[in-house]
Design a binder for this molecule. Structure first.
Ligand code: GLN
Length: 267
């Protein structure tokens, strides 16, 4: 109800001509809950840098597509404003959300049935598949997942890339569990791949592409998963979720979405 109430109140204040003074508010108090009626509700966002170009640190500053997009979305979300960003390892984001440390996750997070059991998602804002990334110019040239058999494979903990390794390779009997290295973030996995400690990484395709452009690694093939990224929200935050979905639609319609995809993906 916060959103409707703050709209009503704004309209009321406009009518009586006391915007922002705090005077004449007594007349409103009978209709509201007190909280959230004094202005926009502050949202704290959480992310996991090391996932370029969605979120990464550049000269100590948090930047990326998710950062710009969520900021644009919240500025279009009636009744809400962005308070700031907190950083976590990817696997800690859902616990942080559900313990109220943050209010929204913007981390290239795939909407999955499993995650949907504990959190909700906004409408999707990006699509992805998984890429199998190897050392640039190396001898290892897998063309399908089963070719990874007998090699060392890495992914980031708690990701859909890790799920592909577990369900399609380990559970299928194609990869020994001891040949899977789980990393706190994909930057560490890329380092280990460059150093020859592992032979391949399973990672979201657009992020694999960014590493290919900047590091000594290249995409060997793509494994189609048809994933969709959404912003993660608590299951009891329906009002905020609706406002974010409206904000996302406005950002798409107003052309900002396209500006941001060309800024970060050059497309
Ligand atoms: N899209 C993948 C997932 O949701 C990876 C996200 C990430 O590593 N930031 O698991």
């Amino acid at each position: 109800m916060t959103k409707e109430f703050s709209l009503d109140r704004r309209a009321y204040l406009k009518t009586v001509g006391v915007v922002g003074t705090g005077l004449g508010v007594a007349g409103c108090s009978g209709t509201g809950d007190g909280g959230g009626s004094d202005g926009p509700t502050a949202i704290t966002a959480g992310t996991a840098p090391g996932f370029p170009p969605f979120e990464m640190k550049e000269e100590g500053e948090l930047v990326g597509f998710d950062i710009d997009l969520l900021e644009a979305v919240v500025s279009e979300a009636e009744g809400y404003e962005l308070d700031g960003w907190k950083e976590f390892e990817f696997k800690s984001l859902i616990p942080a959300l559900n313990s109220d440390k943050i209010d929204v996750v913007a981390a290239g997070m795939t909407i999955t049935d499993k995650r949907d059991e504990t959190i909700d998602f906004t409408d999707p804002y990006y699509s992805s598949d998984q890429a199998i990334v190897v050392r640039k110019g190396g001898d290892f040239a897998p063309s399908e997942l089963s070719d990874l058999s007998g090699h060392k494979v890495g992914a980031q903990k708690g990701t859909t890339g890790e799920s592909v390794v577990k369900s399609e390779l380990i559970e299928a009997g194609d990869l020994k569990e001891s040949n899977y290295n789980a990393y706190d973030n994909y930057v560490l996995a890329v380092q280990d791949l460059e150093n020859g400690n592992i032979d391949a990484i399973v990672i979201d395709q657009p992020v694999g592409q960014t590493f290919e452009a900047n590091r000594d690694v290249s995409i060997q093939f793509t494994y189609e998963t048809g994933e969709k990224f959404g912003f993660g929200v608590r299951t009891d935050a329906d009002e905020m979720t609706t406002a974010l979905n409206d904000g996302l639609a406005a950002v798409r319609e107003g052309g900002t979405y396209e500006e941001l995809t060309s800024k970060w993906f050059g497309q």
